[in-house]
Design a protein around this ligand. Structure first.
Ligand code: FAD
Length: 543
């Protein structure tokens, strides 16, 4: 049994502040998994395989992401030669960004982890983290630990590669294109294989102390205890936790033809059940190891023809790697000001339009249905994210991508600092993506894969009886048709908040001006300014 360590909210200032000196005195080892960058003091080398450290230390394994027993090398390092293991999770109640659905996913994951640890006579520890940035936190923790003679072990397992090594190959700079990243990775070879999963055997000679009052004081909290209204959660479509993650992965890997022929641009944003894996929340929280996912795909690919990056499933994991690497090296990656790769744009301040977008009340059913799905289910397809992100920013509303990022942070189960910022930079035409004149039409884009509007009918039931002819543009329907559908535009469903073509044309001009100010070369020809979805054969978006 292991002690479930938790600080009450008022003691949240710093876990080390509470335990540091005790750790030092008793020779404890603090085992944390390394994130992105910020390699700090006292990173000992692993003992040669098979050799164990003397059995005189205790370990704290600090779970943050990586909420799993499989491929968790830092956790293995914690139990190696350890006398006493204290698994710890620090919950930060002051972080009000995640909404109810995301909180529920986290609690699912913690409960699952706790359950899995308990089957080994061990338990998850749980606590409060108030630090704003993981890197600063880790550097401070490592420094404090070093001062108290506590050894810190950091292991890479949240990314396929050690981002610091990738950056070092590129003179410390982030590769700014996918191809460039691929080139760098060639010299590193295939990603490391996953570490063996933690088993009871690892814990045989290791005590996991637990006080009697443990459950009362330190059990995984409920949504209410986190200040969330349980009535706010949507359908429980994607339960959190390593068990659910591995089951989902297993089921997907059975579908060998689907896996081998997976081409991201051919998957559909309007599909009524997900057309991609929905492993993103599990990857974000680390309930699933990205290396495990990579090598399971590799097994399926063996001896079969299969799609290739950037559109394949391996390719999707490389996109993840791409944005993690960028986020690790580019200052102020999640904001415009002070971000050296970000186009400086004079975005509009329009709280009404932002509110309408956020609440799915723009009057464009495709956009509103996507936002309704996001709010209810916490996950939307990648191209649906494209559509709403483009609409909010350079396409229609000319509102800063940082506002969109915040809404996604609250509503997505998979909200991930690097991936969210990187993709918003991309979609808003602020970085990475330069064909800003490719604008998604909020009308034509959804129609391509769902001409009858089944997706809209599902997520916007107010429009469910609208004729297909008008489902994407209900404001064009004659009054009689609106009456027959039981939905009057302007009364039961909003009028469009902008005129798309006019907004798009105005924004293209503003985008061009912003880029000219930066001195961007190779401006596109003037006639390139057409809706991407209206082009005869739109070039598949590779990203
Ligand atoms: P799959 O297609 O099955 O891909 C497998 C995995 O590859 C994903 O789970 C994800 O980890 C990774 N991946 C796929 N596409 C991308 C991508 N474009 N960039 C980086 N990694 C990718 N993804 C997040 O996980 N968290 C976010 O906060 C996030 N914010 C986004 C914001 C915007 C504006 C956009 C356009 C995209 C965002 N994405 C984000 C990327 C992408 O949409 C999701 O990763 C993907 O839709 C998740 O669904 P899936 O697991 O079924 O993906």
């Amino acid at each position: 049994m292991v002690v479930l360590v938790s600080l009450p909210p008022h003691a949240s200032a710093s876990v080390i502040g509470v335990t540091g000196s005790d750790l030092g005195r008793s020779g404890l080892r603090l085992s944390v998994r390394k994130r992105g960058q910020g390699k700090s003091a006292a990173i000992p080398k692993k003992p040669p395989s098979g050799e164990s450290l003397p059995m005189q230390h205790s370990s704290i394994h600090w779970f943050r992401k990586g909420l799993r027993l499989h491929d968790n090398p830092a956790l293995l390092a914690a139990v190696r030669g350890c006398r006493c293991l204290h698994p710890l999770f620090i919950l930060d109640p002051s972080d009000t960004r995640p909404g109810a659905n995301a909180r529920r996913f986290l609690l699912d994951s913690l409960r699952d982890l706790d359950g899995n640890l308990r089957t080994m006579g061990s338990r998850l520890t749980f606590e409060v983290d108030t630090e704003p940035s993981a890197r600063r936190r880790d550097a401070a923790v490592a420094e404090l630990a070093a001062r108290h003679g506590v050894e810190v072990v950091q292991e890479v397992s949240h990314t396929l590669y050690d981002t610091q090594r990738v950056l070092a190959l590129n003179d410390g700079k982030a590769p700014l294109t996918y191809k460039h990243l691929q080139k760098l990775l060639v010299s590193l070879g295939a990603p490391e294989k996953p570490a063996p999963a933690l088993t009871q055997e690892h814990l045989q000679s290791c005590c996991t102390p637990c006080q009697l009052s443990h459950d009362t004081n330190y059990d995984v909290p409920t949504l209410e205890e986190l200040g969330q209204d349980p009535n706010e959660v949507g359908p429980h479509l994607y339960p959190g936790g390593e068990t659910a993650a591995l089951a989902r992965l297993d089921a997907l890997m059975e579908k060998t033809t689907w896996v081998c022929s997976f081409k991201k641009p051919e998957t559909e944003p309007t599909s009524l059940s997900p057309s991609t894996t929905v492993l993103s929340p599990h990857l974000k929280f680390g309930c699933l190891s990205v290396r495990t996912f990579w090598w399971r795909l590799d097994e399926v690919y063996q001896g079969r023809e299969h799609s290739q990056p950037p559109v394949s499933l391996h390719g999707q994991l490389l996109w993840r790697e791409f944005f993690y690497t960028a986020g690790a090296a580019i200052p102020n990656f999640d904001r415009m000001v002070g971000n050296p790769i970000c186009l400086q744009v004079n975005w509009d301040h329009n709280p009404q339009h932002l509110h309408a977008w956020r609440e799915g009340r723009t009057g464009f059913p495709f956009i509103d249905a996507i936002m309704a799905q996001l709010r209810a289910e916490g996950w939307i397809h990648h191209l649906a994210r494209h559509a709403v992100a483009c609409f909010l920013t350079r396409g229609d509303l000319w509102i800063s991508w940082e506002e969109g990022l915040k809404v996604f942070e609250e509503l997505l189960l998979d909200a991930d600092w690097s991936l969210n910022a990187g993709n918003w930079l991309w979609l808003s035409g602020s970085a990475f993506f330069h064909r800003y004149f490719h604008v998604y039409s909020p009308v034509a884009f959804g129609k391509k894969t769902d001409p009858d509007g089944a997706y809209i009918r599902k997520y916007l039931p107010v429009l469910k009886d609208f004729p297909a002819e008008f489902i994407y543009e209900p404001w064009r329907a004659p009054r009689a048709a609106q009456e027959r559908a039981g939905c009057l535009v302007g009364t039961h469903y909003p009028q469009p908040i902008v005129e798309h073509r006019a907004a798009r044309d105005r924004n293209l001009g503003r985008m061009k001006a912003a880029r000219a100010q930066r001195g961007t070369k190779r401006e596109p020809p003037a006639d390139a300014s057409v809706d991407k979805s209206q082009r005869k054969k739109p070039k598949a978006e590779q990203h």
